[in-house]
Design a protein around this ligand. Structure first.
Ligand SMILES: *Cc1c(COP(=O)(O)O)cnc(C)c1O
Length: 367
């Protein structure tokens, strides 16, 4: 049987060991006689599952004591509204939000924030075709913004921050809100440099339906009156993410992924693997005259690698041949075109090697 490698941008590949364990426990979790899907979220079984998931995530990301970890729903796009509704109350209305516009996802965040806030685009990569993060010294931030919004990995454009802005020097003291949906847990981060981190689970954590928010304590309690209670971070925090029914099965799978990450050696070890995998693929693309990646070298994403065939008339044949070889979901996002290989934590280096071997063969056959 052909080995399958799934390069989907999201929902995306999960570790085989995790899926196998979930299958083994599907009908009867730990002799409880129930599937996790059938359990009361307030019963002792599920309470132990969510507590372990929280604790493991805190340990993996080294989340300081003065930050809450919340398990929500609504996805990354939901947070585009939930974030302003929770943070704008820190300032007189209409409050200002600074954005660093780096591509498709910040574009959506900006549009949504405009419903609630006065948006200042402090820097934009649009003139570069979103092939780089605008250099830090070009950011034109306002004096008293409620927060500064960044997307630290632009999943569609394939660009990633290789630095963390300094709040005192670079954001005029405004807290940083980071959309880390597509690279959370892929690299070591210093959580204390951020006010809020959010991520939809379906890229690098677990199944769709779970959204993780990590928020510093002093940013709680400033929600606008219109904020729905189920999305009010203070209320969710006070209720240990149980104000309403949380996405229980997704939390269970995420918890298994956290245990798997610990077995892999934690985030520092994952980061080394991710550096190795992405370097291999970029080195091949840069050496090739058949394919290309257009992102500035110091801004390339380790998770999402968009690339183009120089002869785009071969795209359909390329995708069909890749699928035949068990290399799935490499088609680029429709807004960018071309191809995209997403190589999240659960993609083994063997998958990247198989992709490169296939690309080499395809290039020789069509040279
Ligand atoms: C996928 C993604 C989102 C959107 O997530 P949904 O769960 O579909 O709302 C937001 N931001 C980034 C960076 C993403 O990759």
């Amino acid at each position: 049987m052909t080995t399958i490698y799934n390069f989907s941008a999201g929902p995306a590949v999960l570790p085989k060991e995790v899926l196998q364990q979930a299958a083994d426990e599907m009908l009867n979790w730990h002799d409880s006689g129930m599937s996790v899907m059938e359990m009361s979220h307030r019963g002792p079984e599920f309470m132990s599952i969510i507590a372990a998931a929280q604790k493991d995530l805190r340990e993996l990301l080294n989340v300081p004591e003065n930050y809450k970890i919340l398990f929500l729903q609504g996805g990354g796009l939901g947070e585009n509204a939930i974030v302003p509704m929770n943070l704008l109350g820190r300032k007189p209305q209409p409050a200002v939000v600074d954005f660093i516009h780096t591509g498709s996802w910040t574009g959506k965040s900006i549009k949504e924030a405009q419903k609630y806030a006065q948006v200042n685009i402090a820097a934009s990569g649009e003139s570069s075709g979103f092939t780089r993060v605008p250099s830090r010294d070009s950011w034109k931030l306002t004096q008293d913004a409620a927060y500064v919004h960044l997307c630290t990995n632009e999943t569609i454009d394939g660009i990633e921050y290789q630095f963390t802005p300094d709040v005192t020097v670079e954001t005029n003291g405004a807290p940083i809100v980071a959309d880390m949906s597509s690279h959370i847990l892929s690299r070591v981060i210093d959580v204390s440099k951020y006010g809020v981190i959010f991520a939809g689970a379906q890229k690098n954590i677990g199944p769709a339906g779970l959204t993780i928010v990590i928020v510093r304590d002093d940013l709680l309690g400033h929600a606008l009156p219109i904020c729905p209670s189920a999305f009010n971070w203070s209320i969710v925090a006070e209720n240990d993410s149980m104000y309403n029914t949380p996405p229980t099965y997704a939390i269970y799978i995420a918890g298994l992924v956290f245990q798997w990450l610990k077995q892999q050696g934690g985030i520092a070890a994952m980061e080394q693997k991710n550096i190795g995998k992405s370097a291999l693929l970029y080195a091949y693309l840069d050496a090739s005259d058949f394919y290309e990646n257009r992102v500035a070298k110091d801004c390339r994403s380790r998770m999402n690698v968009p690339f183009f065939l120089k002869d785009e008339t071969l795209n359909t044949a390329f995708l069909a041949a890749a699928k035949e070889r068990g290399l799935l979901q490499i088609k680029g996002h429709k807004s960018v075109g071309g191809m995209r290989a997403s190589i999240y934590n659960a993609m083994p280096i063997e998958g990247v090697k198989a992709l490169i071997a296939f690309m080499q063969e395809f290039a020789s056959a069509h040279a």
